[in-house]
Write a protein that binds this ligand. Structure first.
Ligand SMILES: *[C@@H]1O[C@H](CO)[C@@H](O)[C@H](O)[C@H]1NC(C)=O
Ligand SMILES: *[C@@H]1O[C@H](CO)[C@@H](O)[C@H](O)[C@H]1NC(C)=O
Ligand SMILES: *[C@@H]1O[C@H](CO)[C@@H](O)[C@H](O)[C@H]1NC(C)=O
Ligand SMILES: *[C@@H]1O[C@H](CO)[C@@H](O)[C@H](O)[C@H]1NC(C)=O
Ligand SMILES: *[C@@H]1O[C@H](CO)[C@@H](O)[C@H](O)[C@H]1NC(C)=O
Ligand SMILES: *[C@@H]1O[C@H](CO)[C@@H](O)[C@H](O)[C@H]1NC(C)=O
Ligand SMILES: *[C@@H]1O[C@H](CO)[C@@H](O)[C@H](O)[C@H]1NC(C)=O
Ligand SMILES: *[C@@H]1O[C@H](CO)[C@@H](O)[C@H](O)[C@H]1NC(C)=O
Ligand SMILES: *[C@@H]1O[C@H](CO)[C@@H](O)[C@H](O)[C@H]1NC(C)=O
Length: 668
């Protein structure tokens, strides 16, 4: 037989009592008796679940940063005997319901994958299709048609309501805005057709049972080069900081033929959790019991009163808190996650508060919980409105804020957990292992890319204000992730409004800050320059114990540069194993960024282009720095900095304008 025809029907709706005749398929038997039973043909992972009425729920809006996959358990032959992908067709019905009162996130996708699921993929903007390390790698062999409900400017997206073709990367090959609201909660049908002879991949959508004639999105791609012979098909969805419940209500697929359209009126109905359901019922029960038993009445109602009062005091949500974007965690959940904020779970402490490691009870997600005490309600309010902004920042080189919580005057911020801690722990003192040059260069490029996003790629300019090694965290693959962005600003909000405080860290603070106390993107670039030198040299920007010529790292590097011996400064612990051209590039960039004159420092856009090799860093670029007459005290407020060093021989402190030590800054 030359042509092998495969035809698959997956009707999750067949449990529906109105159509008993359809319940005959083995697939449905599997669903009705849970997923361990024989005949179950769907493989689920993440938070995906099939409800008793046959609705496949990929994610729920109560769980942030959660992936959900559902794949047909049997592999499908995609290529014919001449090794070419055959024509196929699929249609499915879905619905997306955002968390009530919030913007939804992140979307769902039909996916063709080499595995029964997509192991290792990230939630959030990756829609559980890819992760930060494999994104764009052609060995992924993943084709996805995504329905994206969150705009990620970093992937070049321009709206939060589009369908797109993704091949091996979340950066879409082609996308089209959907003419109706994907997050309306209404059932939407999608049709995807691949025509092998023409290499045409077409997508249609409608809120209707009948297949529309007009094609919404069409991409020409030869899938024979992308897919393997045997592949799995299924669905992927994820929530991020913003969340939606993603549902699939029915699905059909056909190889070498047209998939049958679904009749929307025959699909199972989504059962929404009743508005404030369970809690209310429980209260009702308590009241009922207390009325029935005379003796218990007094006791119980007193107890109820006590509990309700305690609860109110503990977690009371005030009006102004309702419009805060990011997920608001119940205090009890965070308490449980950190085992009651146990000392043992403490992973850092400093100016902004203490940081605890935690495991969210519902999803087993590791998180870092930062607890920031506030002294005034007014400060707290400003603080929390900033949190809304921070929560919307998303980039693979930023530590994602997952949510927040307020309890009385304490603000709790919940972040992704970074298993490799902060960069300073890998550079200074006695690190457990020495970072290789490849790791260092990747970290530098990561920080640059994260900072560029904050400065230029987000809708507003965000000045980090406290770039330093302690605020660069490392994920499991040693990718750099900036933390504490925006917090320095919050810190000002929270403080006494009559004093202006410069928040920054000695050695990273641009000289103009001591005069203007107005942080700018350029003062961030200055601090980034100090960071570059540190990463290459493995030294802090100020070394109080070093000889006077090595005291200020930037001066020392500059002097070595001037005498043509700049490679002498490279961290000796790498034992000479580094790329000389890259090291010279980074050192040179470090010096240029550390220019005392704010106007000649490059923008982060330029920095990234130099680092990526798109622009050549010519000798002249460094010249303005040289002309300043280094070494004779000209231009730079060296004296002030030395004053600081003598009084406070630590680089990780927060200073006010007068140089008075305020408090230790966070380690984490
Ligand atoms: C489910 O899988 C079994 C074998 O694993 C197969 O016999 C059956 O046809 C499949 N059902 C559907 C609907 O594909
Ligand atoms: C990314 O996914 C791959 C599988 O494709 C996995 O091996 C890797 O560990 C994942 N990386 C991260 C950082 O999760
Ligand atoms: C792509 O992934 C493969 C397999 O995981 C890996 O060997 C290869 O180095 C990756 N390529 C790039 C450019 O990251
Ligand atoms: C688009 O598809 C091709 C495969 O045909 C791939 O190589 C390319 O990198 C894809 N991505 C983008 C963003 O164009
Ligand atoms: C889409 O529908 C949701 C839910 O009703 C609503 O919150 C949202 O504002 C709508 N979006 C647009 C662009 O109309
Ligand atoms: C395999 O598919 C390609 C593209 O549709 C077609 O040109 C070719 O004739 C097919 N080969 C066989 C053996 O059917
Ligand atoms: C698709 O790619 C395969 C393998 O590279 C090639 O043999 C085939 O001719 C291509 N098909 C079309 C229609 O371009
Ligand atoms: C896909 O096919 C390529 C080449 O045939 C092979 O090297 C690779 O291991 C396959 N990938 C998977 C995930 O099966
Ligand atoms: C869809 O199902 C309804 C009732 O089950 C039926 O009345 C209607 O004709 C069907 N529509 C199509 C297009 O098959």
């Amino acid at each position: 037989m030359a042509e092998k025809v495969f035809s698959l029907w997956v009707f999750l709706l067949l449990l529906h009592p109105v159509k008993p005749a359809d319940v005959a398929t083995p697939l449905l038997d599997g669903f009705s008796s849970g997923f361990s039973a024989a005949g179950n043909n769907l493989t689920l992972d993440g938070v995906a679940a099939v409800e008793s009425n046959g609705v496949l729920q990929l994610t729920n809006y109560d769980t942030t940063m959660a992936p959900g996959h559902a794949f047909y358990s049997n592999p499908i032959q995609f290529k014919n005997s001449s090794g070419e992908v055959m024509s196929f067709s699929t249609s499915f019905a879905f619905a997306i319901i955002p968390q009530p009162g919030k913007q939804g996130g992140d979307g769902l996708a039909f996916a063709i994958s080499p595995a029964k699921g997509i192991p290792g993929a990230n939630a959030g903007s990756y829609i559980a299709l890819f992760n930060s390390s494999n994104d764009g790698n052609s060995s992924n062999r993943i084709l996805a048609v995504e329905f994206d409900t969150y705009m990620n400017a970093e992937y070049g997206e321009t709206d939060n309501n589009h369908v797109a073709v993704d091949i091996n990367s979340i950066k879409s090959n082609k996308s089209a805005q959907v003419p109706f609201n994907l997050t309306s909660g209404q059932v939407i049908q999608a049709w995807i057709n691949y025509n092998s002879p023409t290499n045409q991949l077409d997508v249609r959508v409608a809120m209707d049972s009948a297949k529309p004639s007009s094609i919404l999105l069409s991409d020409k791609v030869n899938l024979s080069e992308i897919l393997n012979e045997s592949m799995y098909i299924g669905f992927s969805a994820a929530t991020g900081l913003f969340t939606s419940s993603h549902y699939i209500l029915g699905w059909s697929f056909n190889m070498n033929g047209e998939a049958k359209s679904l009749n929307l009126s025959q699909l199972p109905k989504i059962q929404l959790p009743s508005a404030t359901g369970t809690k209310k019922n429980r209260k009702g029960l308590i009241v009922g019991v207390s009325v029935s038993c005379a003796l218990a009445v007094i006791l119980l109602s007193a107890l109820t009163f006590y509990i309700v009062r305690r609860k109110k005091m503990a977690d009371a949500v005030e009006d102004w808190e309702h419009n805060i974007g990011p997920h608001r965690f119940p205090y009890e959940e965070l308490k449980k996650a950190t085992r009651g904020f146990k000392e043992k779970e403490l992973i850092g402490s400093g100016g902004f508060g203490r940081v605890y490691k935690g495991i969210l009870p519902n999803s087993d997600t590791q998180v870092a919980v930062k607890r920031i005490p506030q002294d005034s309600k007014r400060g707290l309010q400003a603080f929390i409105s900033e949190v809304a902004t921070i929560g919307r920042l998303r980039h693979r080189n930023l530590v994602q804020l997952l949510g927040w919580c307020r309890r009385e005057a304490d603000l709790l911020l919940v972040y992704e957990f970074m298993p490799n801690g902060s960069l300073d722990n890998h550079l200074f003192d006695e690190p457990k292992s020495i970072l290789s040059w490849e790791q260092r260069f990747k970290i530098i490029k990561g920080v640059a890319s994260g900072l560029l996003y904050l400065h230029e790629e987000w809708e507003k300019t965000v000045v980090h204000r406290d770039i330093k090694a302690a605020n660069v965290l490392l994920d499991s693959e040693f990718n750099a992730r900036l933390s504490d962005f925006g917090l320095a600003k919050l810190y000002e909000h929270g403080s006494n409004p009559s004093t202006t405080r410069v928040v920054g860290t000695l050695g990273y603070m641009a000289p103009e800050l001591t005069r203007t106390s107005k942080p700018t993107t350029s003062s961030d670039v200055y601090a980034f320059g100090a960071l570059l030198l540190e990463v290459v040299c493995g030294r802090r920007p100020i070394n109080p114990t070093a000889s006077s010529e090595e005291l200020m790292l930037v001066d020392w590097v500059w002097e070595k540069w001037a005498v043509g011996a700049v490679l002498d400064v490279v961290d000796a612990r790498m034992e000479g194993k580094f790329d000389e051209a890259e090291a010279v590039l980074v050192l040179k960039l470090g010096l240029i960024c550390s220019n005392d004159d704010a106007d000649v420092r490059p923008s982060m856009r330029m920095v990234v282009r130099y680092l990526e090799g798109e622009l050549e860093l010519r000798e002249e670029v460094a010249m303005p720095y040289k002309k300043k007459g280094r070494g004779d005290g000209g231009g730079r407020s060296t004296v002030e900095f030395e004053d600081y060093t003598q009084s406070f021989p630590t680089t990780s402190s927060v200073y006010d304008v007068g140089g008075r030590h305020i408090e230790e800054s966070p380690l984490w």
